[in-house]
Design a protein around this ligand. Structure first.
Ligand code: SF4
Length: 688
């Protein structure tokens, strides 16, 4: 893939930022990154990229990169050689396992790392240490969507391709700020709307760019999406507008499901959500009439107490209207990080092996014990939410975390930080000394995507290869090599020479990856799982059957869970989400000049009404206080939010970090934090 052109190397890579999975050639000379050049053959993006993919690479050569292992001495870190760091890790791991057992240890994989690296992390936890305490950050975002889809259709991924969305007659976006969070995907929708007459409905709290462009924009009250979705579904059934043929031939449980919808009348929905009944009737009519409907959703749906149930309600509506198993229709839970899909796909979950095969399934368990030649615990482990609780309870003593800044992205940060302080031993592996790494006992220097080979899986279940463009900086190493060294220092005898060896092993064990190989993924070639042994893949899922024993989907009754209430004192609801220019906790983008020159910091969006009431202007410095902590941030007055709704982008690393406000309350089915259910009070610290 790397071509020599007068000392300029052109190497194919995949974007390190969002789940759209744009791929492109990166031009480098020595260590300089000259430019990013998209190619028409790139499956998800063609010749497009957004500002992050194009200009977000300066971090790779940042002077703040970790180039040596660090070992804590009191309040300081000192640089160390790999041998010393590994020896310390080995002795602490052995000591802890002996004293407290394997389940006193926990592992966090990363959605910024490759599939192969997530595979190895769970193999280290399960096969070398002997615990299923392994998780990844999809617990913070799309686990509820995966749950909703497992319940109803059996696969937890987008049911079609990104390019399929263009074929849809009606696209509905719920709780997704698509233009900023998944920019290139949003561009495709915008052009389909303009050129092909596609209809776009948007439901959100905030009038973002997609809402401005929508043919219909509704603003249901926070945490009430399940109610209007269920009311629309009920109305469609009451009118007899359902796809009865599809239901008869492909779906179970219609009777029970219809009964469960009884409370969701249009009147009730109007009362709870604030969306007028006539608007709901109009939506039901258009949904039933359209030949193809896609529903896109993201954190606005999932990060609630009832996130899994609302995701389930979306899938139920798609089933009732026959919108699965054909191009241009289906479910699109949009994945955040570039490889958050892959981190779960490859088994960094406490209850699933790679390919979502259950830890508790006897045959699956036996297959892995035989494949790896070790014994593996049978009970599911702790998820990352439970890990923090277990540290506070004194049951979890040691954590090994790679590539996640849990100390900024988990909810209720003060609580999380005090857990980190309680750990006996904490290993953090990252590219920078992140907020989380500052709590570590040992910090291991990892390499970012441009310095390694591997594969990423984007939001549409698509495997794509990335090729090494640069050598690892200093003594940093690709994560897969580090994990292998840790495993071998603990007595394993792994001998992976290249990530392709790891993929071959994963493909030999996980049914849905059976035909995945580096040869089939050469260059811009890609595969969308499930991939059969002969290499055939599935751009559109469920064409003939659903992956249940009888091949039929299941309608799954759900109830509405009221959002959290905080009392009158905390009078402002704090919505949160991404900014276009920055990515999550910002460790990469704040170190990329091309980005920070445009957007140096975050701001709190306040409504015109609130600004008038409180005397706020652009630049007024305020403190927001919730029952869990406080943030300091400057205001921006805008009509994107209304009334007592404020919006704080989640991309601050300091005093404005949103998760000082959020609570430990979580989705009842997956433990995904209810980040979107937080209220706060405001005081002015400095006039403009
Ligand atoms: Fe594409 Fe997302 Fe990267 Fe932007 S951030 S270039 S949309 S993958």
């Amino acid at each position: 893939a790397a071509m020599r052109d007068e000392h300029i190397e052109k190497t194919k890579t995949v974007c390190t930022y969002c789940g759209v999975g744009c791929s492109f050639d990166v031009w480098t000379k020595d260590r300089k990154i000259l430019k990013v050049e998209p190619q028409a053959e790139a499956p998800a993006n063609g010749i497009s990229t957004c500002v992050k993919g194009k200009f977000g690479w300066d971090f790779v050569n940042s002077e703040e990169r970790l180039t040596k292992p660090l070992i804590r001495e009191g309040d300081e870190f000192r640089e160390a050689e790999w041998e010393e760091a590994l020896a310390l890790i080995t002795s602490k791991f052995k000591e802890t396992k002996e004293a407290h057992g394997p389940d006193s240890m926990a592992f966090i994989s990363s959605s910024k790392c490759t599939n192969e690296e997530s595979y190895l992390m769970q193999k280290l936890a399960r096969g070398v240490i002997g615990t299923n305490n392994i998780d990844n950050c999809s617990r913070y975002c799309q686990s509820p969507a995966t749950m909703g889809l497992f319940r109803t259709v059996g696969h937890g991924g987008d049911s079609g391709s990104i390019t399929d969305i263009e074929k849809s007659e009606l696209v509905i976006g719920i709780g997704t700020n698509t233009s900023e969070s998944h920019p290139v995907l949003a561009t495709r929708i915008k052009s389909s709307q303009k050129l092909k007459g596609q209809t776009l409905f948007v439901a959100d709290l905030r009038k973002h760019e997609m809402a401005e462009r929508a043919d219909l924009f509704i603003q249901p009250k926070s945490g009430t999406d399940l109610v209007w979705l269920s009311a629309i579904t009920k109305y469609i059934l009451d009118q007899g507008w359902q796809d009865q043929e599809f239901l008869n031939s492909r779906v179970n449980n219609l009777g029970d499901y219809i009964k469960s919808l009884e409370p969701y009348t249009l009147e009730y929905a109007e009362e709870v959500t604030g969306v007028p009944k006539d608007t709901l009737i109009f939506m039901a009519d258009r949904i039933a009439e359209a030949n193809t409907v896609c529903i896109l959703w993201a954190m606005g749906v999932t990060q609630h107490l009832g996130g899994s149930d609302t995701s389930t309600a979306i899938s139920n509506l798609l089933l009732i209207t026959g919108n699965y198993g054909k191009p241009g229709a289906g479910s699109y839970p949009l994945r955040g990080h570039n490889n958050v899909q892959g981190a779960s796909d490859f088994g960094s979950m406490p209850d699933r092996f790679p390919g979502y095969e259950k830890v508790t399934d006897k045959d699956v368990h036996a297959k892995y014990e035989k494949g790896w030649g070790v014994s593996i615990p049978k009970e599911p482990g702790l998820n990352n939410h439970e890990m923090i609780e277990a540290v506070h309870e004194g049951n979890l003593k040691l954590m090994y975390l790679k590539g996640e800044d849990m100390g900024l992205v988990d909810s209720n940060l003060n609580y999380v930080h005090s857990a980190f302080e309680k750990l006996d031993f904490f290993v953090v592996q990252d590219v920078f000394l992140s907020k989380t790494a500052q709590f570590a006992d040992v910090v291991l220097p990892a390499s970012p995507s441009l310095e390694k080979d591997g594969t990423f899986t984007n939001t549409e279940r698509r495997f794509q290869r990335l090729y090494k463009a640069l050598d690892p900086l200093g003594d940093s190493k690709p994560d897969w090599q580090i994990i292998q060294e840790v495993a071998n220092s603990l007595g394993a005898e792994w001998s992976y020479e290249h990530p392709s060896d790891i993929m071959d092993e994963a493909a030999s064990l996980a049914d849905i990856f059976a035909g995945v190989s580096y040869d089939r993924l050469e260059g811009y070639n890609s595969l969308q799982w499930p991939v059969a042994a002969d290499g055939s893949d599935q751009p559109v899922l469920f064409l003939d059957e659903f992956p249940f024993p009888d091949g039929r989907a299941r309608l799954f009754p759900v109830d509405w869970t009221k959002p959290l209430e905080f009392g009158e004192e905390y009078d402002l609801h704090v919505n949160n989400g991404r900014l276009l220019e920055h990515f999550h906790e910002g460790n990469l983008t704040y170190r990329s000049k091309g980005i920070t020159s445009k957007t140096p910091k975050v701001f709190l969006e306040v409504s015109i009404e609130l600004a008038e009431e409180r005397g706020l202007e652009d630049g007024t410095l305020v403190r927001l206080t919730s029952p869990y902590g406080n943030v300091k941030v400057e205001c921006l007055v805008t009509d994107r939010v209304k009334g007592k709704e404020v919006y704080l982008p989640l991309n601050d690393q300091g005093e404005g970090a949103i998760n000082y406000l959020t609570s430990s309350h979580a989705d009842k089915d997956t433990d995904t934090p209810a980040y979107k259910e937080i209220s706060a009070k405001m005081e002015i610290l400095r006039e403009k």
